[in-house]
Design a binder for this molecule. Structure first.
Ligand SMILES: Nc1ncnc2c1ncn2[C@@H]1O[C@H](COP(=O)(O)OP(=O)(O)OP(=O)(O)O)[C@@H](O)[C@H]1O
Ligand code: SF4
Ligand SMILES: [Mg+2]
Length: 337
């Protein structure tokens, strides 16, 4: 990216709450990150830390009892949170697409898969006739390594395996050549051998169509292989960000350090698995301190009373931890909607 080029996506101070019978779940507190053109940014963190809510917020798919409280989501310089629903519908599926974790849930069970891919294309380009849309659907499935795409397009989702459905879903999401692809755990429902194949296909396609990707994954190994930069989330907050090399090789937040230790050592399969002690805290209280403090071996008194800002480290590496106090602070701009 040149110095004058703006990021494709810039999220600032995103705050999302869910109003439940148990109380207000402060699911996202001050999520901020940017994604450059043709870049793959990985989003990682333990279960419940807010990865999917972040993804759904970008597409404005937070349903009641959830609400986006504040923040700014600039896509090509336009704040998505300020658009009306019709403008947002035009962006979903054409400029920004999302591959969900459960493909069968996202496909329509009563429509043949070829029709579903063709429909996506026609919604995106009204001038396209059904015959050429179907041809493009078949071409796309062939690119995804499907041996007999003319037969597969006539099938219903329940007639296909999980891996095949995921390929159909990927075809549907990429056939319109979106500028941004959000892949929320795109392979975790599949078995390991198919996972690797699907990831390879996604990577090839995004290179071909020059798409930027927000890749959500539990698997730091996948992240190391597929991403340019990574962002680590903990309990609704971004705690560390930077190039894949600097964050995964030289983590600067105690949570990231713990998360990396949980990755099994393939060269030593008998070694007992490490887990970070304690649990992710309840999100029913607003964030007023470091949420990692009860689990952190470096905890200091101030960590229990103050919220650590994001400190600037080397290059674009940033970490929200008082161990880096004295470094420059990344400014937080609060934007209410
Ligand atoms: N509909 C909802 N109602 C109440 N709370 C919700 C709802 N959806 C999400 N949350 C809460 O928001 C927080 C973030 O959830 P999210 O699904 O983003 O986690 P995640 O990081 O994607 O986890 P996983 O790795 O398991 O997919 C969680 O505490 C979750 O309980
Ligand atoms: S701010 Fe304190 S508790 Fe939080 S990660 Fe850093 S040292 Fe640990
Ligand atoms: Mg999720």
């Amino acid at each position: 990216m040149t110095l004058t080029e703006k990021p494709l996506l810039k999220v600032q101070n995103l705050k999302v709450h869910f109003y439940t019978l148990r109380g207000v779940v402060h699911a996202l507190e001050r999520v901020a990150f940017s994604l450059n053109r043709q870049e793959t940014l990985g989003l990682a963190g333990e279960t419940g830390c807010g990865k999917s809510v972040t993804a759904r917020s970008i597409l404005r798919l937070i349903d009641p009892p959830g609400r986006i409280i504040s923040g700014n989501i600039a896509f090509e310089g336009q704040n998505l949170l300020a658009l009306d629903e019709a403008a947002m519908r035009n962006i979903r599926g054409s400029k920004i697409s999302m591959i969900m974790q459960e493909p069968k849930m996202s496909l329509n069970p009563v429509i043949r898969v070829g029709e579903q891919i063709a429909e996506t294309l026609i919604i995106h380009d009204h001038s396209l006739n059904r015959k050429s849309a179907k041809k493009q659907a078949i071409d796309m499935l062939a690119q995804l390594g499907i041996a007999d795409p003319t037969r597969i397009v006539r099938r219903y989702p329940h007639e296909l395996s999980g891996g095949m459905c995921q390929r159909v879903m990927i075809a549907m999401m990429l056939v319109t050549r979106p500028q941004l692809l959000i892949a929320d755990e795109p392979t975790s429902a599949l078995d390991v051998t198919i996972q690797a194949q699907i990831l390879e296909l996604i990577q090839k396609l995004i290179r071909d169509i020059k798409t930027s990707v927000l890749m959500i994954t539990h698997d730091l190994g996948v992240m190391a292989e597929t991403c340019d930069r990574v962002a680590i989330m903990y309990a609704g907050d971004m705690v560390e960000m930077g190039s894949v090399r600097s964050v995964l090789k030289d983590p600067q937040h105690p949570y990231t350090q713990g998360l990396l230790q949980t990755v099994p050592d393939k060269s030593n399969p008998d070694q007992p698995l490490f887990s970070i002690k304690g649990n992710v805290p309840s999100l029913l209280e607003p964030q007023a301190n470091c949420r990692f403090a009860p689990r952190c071996e470096y905890v200091m008194d101030r960590c229990r009373h103050e919220l650590p800002p994001l400190y600037k480290l080397n290059g674009d590496h940033q970490a929200a931890c008082f161990l880096h106090d004295g470094r420059g602070i990344i400014e937080n701009v609060e934007i209410e909607n």
